[in-house]
Ligand binder design. Sequence first.
Ligand code: NAP
Length: 323
Amino acid sequence: MQAITYQRYGAPEVLQTGQLELPVPKTNEVRVKVHAASVTTADSMMRAGVPRFGRLFIGLTRPRHTTTGTGFAGVVDAVGSAVKRFRVGDRVFGESLFGAGSHAEYVCVEQLGVISRMPQNLDFDQAAVLCDGGLTSLSFLRDVGQLQAGQCILINGASGSLGTAAVQLAKHFGATVTAVCSSANAELVRSLGADEVIDYRNQDLRRLDTKFDLIYDTVGKLAVSKHLHLLKPDGQLLSPVLTLPLLFQVIRTRLCDSRRVRFSATGLRPVVVLRDLMRELKQIVEDGHCRMVIEKEYQLADIGDAHRHIEGGHKVGNLVVRP
Ligand SMILES: NC(=O)c1ccc[n+]([C@@H]2O[C@H](COP(=O)([O-])OP(=O)(O)OC[C@H]3O[C@@H](n4cnc5c(N)ncnc54)[C@H](OP(=O)(O)O)[C@@H]3O)[C@@H](O)[C@H]2O)c1
């Protein structure tokens, strides 16, 4: 089968299109014929091997798993002898976390892994990207920040993968949403439900009068210490991007501040929690409260272009690759 592989960390040029053996599912695995896969910021960071401490999980000197890609959607085409949850022909989506990559024609996933039947109203492209922005932002808003109806939230990076999902999920939870992105994406973000949209290029967020219950900095671009005054006394700033200054603020606010700064790595949460999040996200999507924004689709051989686009820092929503 065709797949994207890499043998060393580096620029997008390290990605190669190659032929691999068709994987055979183990007893507890299903094999999925991939119809679409996500190309995410995390994929490009894993390819580059940054941040360096991330290599503890993906391989110290070179990638442990050499096929790229995590999110997938497709059709089960073979099952191991102990598989009860899925049948050949099921349309499924999920994440192949730290395992065989989804940028391939086929991927094998444990039946009790991060895999579920697709929402009925989604096509393969949309289902393939659900677990990046959708699952991550649901985890942050529902579990880490415990967003409540009536609260005010500021979402920075509202036009990205995490951001476009977060705006819709926050509205679904009944919050008032102030979204931050460039004016080029303002209309999109408004169409997703944002009550107010601020262009970070024209307006200094530090001078806002509003106080927020939650600030969700999806892109980790806010200097935390300079924006904490925008929180209510018991407010929280959530970030999916771990940096040393953020870590310092996580510890400092825990020790001596009524406000909190929080980081979470969604992919490291227990699989049962991730499957519970998938179940809830699927329901939200099927009820029409959240749609996946897709900027562009790529062929497998052009995956380097997708990585370069991500590294430009202005991806809108999600990117998809079709094996
Ligand atoms: N911890 C976790 O569990 C977890 C899980 C998934 C991802 N992540 C991380 O989350 C981060 C976000 O990923 P993503 O895929 O959502 O990002 P993304 O889609 O690449 O974000 C791009 C968006 O960011 C906006 N942006 C760029 N510079 C900005 C700035 N200075 N201020 C505000 N917005 C700005 C851009 O809007 P404009 O073009 O309008 O400027 C663009 O639409 C990544 O670092 C990823 O690794 C963490």
